[in-house]
Structure formats: structure tokens, C-alpha cells
Write a protein of this length. Structure first.
Length: 231
């Protein structure tokens, strides 16, 4: 049985109705990334940033896992979380809703809050505001527990260890434009892993993969999982 590291991006959640940076007319198109997804933007206008993430949190609350999420959950249930390791760039909880028992959220989670002063984390309420106090230190320094541009993604040491030990690395629904995740295929291949890309269209890093399959994640992923479990 192969040790598999799966990386998922916005493309897998887009089919559940969650918008991406590149969607026209969606939530992201109404704001500049610099204003709502950077530490500097939060320092300038925390009310704007909280309002943006309150809207994203409400949107995610209504989203449901699609067949791709459910297929990966089924694979992890069948082979175990030590063998099937799911890393996601997404801040929603659709993998967990789809049956996955362990997911490494490298960009944080919408349903979690973070104290910018003491580092305490807790379950976020549906609505957050600039004057919310940290439940541990009481500082009015509450922010969404998401990784913004210019910040270091979570779990990186562990992720690099998983990539080093992987037999197979699979990227699902990613653009290949955001580092360090865009280098994961090369990182895994360097120590002998096979690499596979499942994507709606060729990404900026498709040439880094041994094999690329194009189509909707909700079609490609269940078929690929069926092949693995059937074999």
C-alpha cells in the first residue's frame, strides 16, 4: 500500500459553490486582496476585514461536500490517515464534512479565531468584530485564523516530512501559482515519489507532474479513488 500525500486547492471547493480569487462577480471580486487578505490590510481597517470573513464564513456554512470531498474521505477511511494524508490550501471544512478524519489546513480555517497578541485559538462565532476580546488574555486582538499573504503557512515542517516520505503525491484543483504549495510536486519527486495532477485545466506547474488528468474534480477524484480501492 502506497503512502499518499494529497494537496487540494480552490478547484475542489468551487464545485460546492465556494468562490475563488479568480471568480468574476463573486465575493473576492468586490475587494482588493491587499485590503482583506494581508496583515497590513487588517491593521488599516479591521472592520472591513472582519466583515469580509463574516461573509465568507456564512457562505461556507451553507456549502456541502461534493463527490470529490466524499471520495477522498472514503479513501482515508479505508486506508487510514497515516497512509492517506490530506493537505489543503482551503479554509473551509468540506473535507471533514466529506468524511476525512484528519486534514492539515496549511492556510488556516474560517471557523477558527486567533488572538494576534497571545496566539490563542478557539472556535469562531458566526460574526466577529474588531472589539472582540480574546477569551484567554482578554486583549481586543481577535482575527480570523487564516493565513494571509505575507504570512507563513501552517504545518510546513510536518508537510515537508510527509512529502519526503510519500510514494505518491497528488495535486487536486490547484492553480500552481501560490508558493510554497506550488513546489510540492518537485519536493516529493526529489525523493522518489510519483506525481499526479487532477485539475480542470493545465496549471502553471503541470510540467512538474508525471501525469496530468483534466476534468471536473467531482468526476476525476471518485474515478481515481475507485481505481485505487478496486486495485
Amino acid at each position: 500500500m502506497k503512502r499518499i500525500v494529497l494537496l487540494t486547492g480552490a478547484g475542489i471547493s468551487a464545485e460546492s459553490g465556494l468562490g475563488t480569487f479568480r471568480d468574476e462577480g463573486g465575493l473576492w471580486s468586490q475587494h482588493r486582496i491587499e485590503d482583506v487578505a494581508t496583515p497590513e490590510g487588517f491593521a488599516r481597517d479591521p472592520a472591513l476585514v472582519h466583515g469580509f470573513y463574516n461573509a465568507r464564513r456564512a457562505q461556507a456554512r451553507w456549502a456541502r461536500p461534493n463527490p470529490a470531498h466524499k471520495a477522498l474521505g472514503r479513501l482515508q477511511q479505508a486506508w487510514g490517515p497515516e497512509t492517506v494524508q490530506i493537505v489543503t490550501q482551503n479554509v473551509d471544512s468540506l473535507h471533514e464534512a466529506g468524511g476525512a478524519s484528519r486534514v492539515w489546513h496549511m492556510h488556516g480555517q474560517l471557523d477558527r479565531a486567533l488572538c494576534a497578541d497571545c496566539g490563542h485559538r478557539w472556535d469562531a462565532p458566526s460574526e466577529m468584530a474588531p472589539d472582540d476580546h480574546c477569551p484567554r488574555c482578554r486583549a481586543p486582538a481577535t482575527r480570523p485564523d487564516v493565513v494571509w499573504f505575507g504570512e507563513i503557512p501552517y504545518h510546513m515542517v510536518l508537510i515537508w516530512e510527509m512529502l519526503r516520505d510519500a510514494d505518491l503525491f497528488v495535486s487536486i484543483g490547484t492553480s500552481g501559482n501560490v508558493y510554497p504549495a506550488a513546489a510540492f510536486a518537485q519536493d516529493a519527486a526529489r525523493t522518489g515519489a510519483q506525481t499526479l495532477e487532477l485539475n480542470l485545466e493545465r496549471s502553471a506547474i503541470s510540467d512538474n507532474f508525471d501525469n496530468t488528468r483534466l476534468g471536473k474534480a467531482s468526476d476525476l477524484v471518485p474515478a481515481w479513488v475507485d481505481d485505487l480501492l478496486g486495485g
